[in-house]
Design a protein. Structure first.
Lengths: 159, 130
């Protein structure tokens, strides 16, 4: 089971995310770059995602649009920098609801005995941009409980 | 106070391992400064300084019982912080779960009847729609 680790430290305009997949690196790279594959996994299940543009090369543009059941659309776009390869992808990222707030994502894919570690470092222009991005949560609600808090503390404690 | 300012204060308070340990202890119940200081090789004034930071972040309140001052955990700011990150976390958890399933399906696709040693890759795509 994919387990996503997200680190967002206070005061640092950055999010680090990692997740290991039980699949070879080339295949994971395909899943991150081929539109018909991307559309099958990127975003929550109750949203649809359309790849409008995905020119995977240095200077190439990408644009994805997520739509919820009520038809609200959330567009994101950016540009690839450097040659995207199974070793990694560097691209800019901008939510169309907040133009001018651009972040830069560096995805690295590392082979781990046939499994693949995907690690994304996102650098924001300012801590406020990072916090706003997280606060939006990409519009996805969540229920919480006191157990979550105890769990959080236990986890913080272990860290 | 803006929501993010509150969150920054909470994160600032959580950034320190001693303060996290104090909060963890308080999930078991209210405690005096002496009780909180006991597990650490730290003076009570040093612990008191940590308690002040936690108090400012809204993570604890202090009450008096007889001569003792008791610290009490206030969980609400933590709830905000967990919710804050949880929404984002949930987006990616769900995406990566779907990617995981897709990768399994893709690897099952070229149905090579039986590998040279079929044991480890005997993973025929189960039809359990989530």
């Amino acid at each position: 089971m994919a387990k996503t680790q997200i680190t967002a430290e206070p005061g640092i305009p950055q999010i680090i995310m990692s997740c290991e997949f039980d699949a070879p690196r080339d295949l994971v790279f395909r899943a991150y770059t081929e539109p018909e594959l991307l559309q099958q996994w990127l975003g929550p299940r109750d949203y649809t995602m359309a790849v409008k543009e995905n020119d995977v090369r240095d200077g190439g543009k990408w644009r994805f649009v997520h739509s919820d059941a009520e038809g609200h659309e959330y567009g994101f776009h950016g540009v690839f920098h450097g040659d995207p390869s199974p070793e990694g992808i560097v691209r800019t990222f901008e939510y169309e609801g907040a133009p001018g707030h651009v972040s830069m994502e560096t995805l690295t894919l590392t082979d781990r005995d046939g499994k693949t570690l995907a690690r994304t470092v996102t650098a924001f222009q300012a801590v406020e941009d990072r916090d706003a991005m997280i606060a939006s949560g990409m519009e996805h609600g969540v229920h919480d409980s006191d157990e979550r808090i105890t769990e959080l503390l236990a986890r913080l404690q272990a860290g | 106070m803006k929501e993010t300012d509150q969150i920054s204060l909470v994160f600032g308070a959580l950034a320190d391992p001693t303060r996290r340990a104090i909060l963890h202890r308080l999930t078991e119940g209210d405690a005096t400064v002496a009780e909180l200081a006991a597990p650490f090789s730290m003076s009570q004034p040093a612990i008191s300084r940590h308690l002040k930071v936690l108090e400012r972040a809204g993570l604890l309140t202090r009450t008096r019982r007889a001569t003792a001052r008791l610290s009490h955990l206030e969980a609400e700011p933590l709830r905000e912080v967990t919710t804050w990150l949880a929404r984002y976390q949930r987006f990616w958890d769900e995406s990566h779960e779907r990617l995981d399933e897709l990768l399994v399906a893709l690897q099952g696709e070229p149905a090579d009847d039986d590998g040279p040693d079929g044991s480890s890759r005997a993973r025929t795509g189960g039809n359990d729609d989530g």
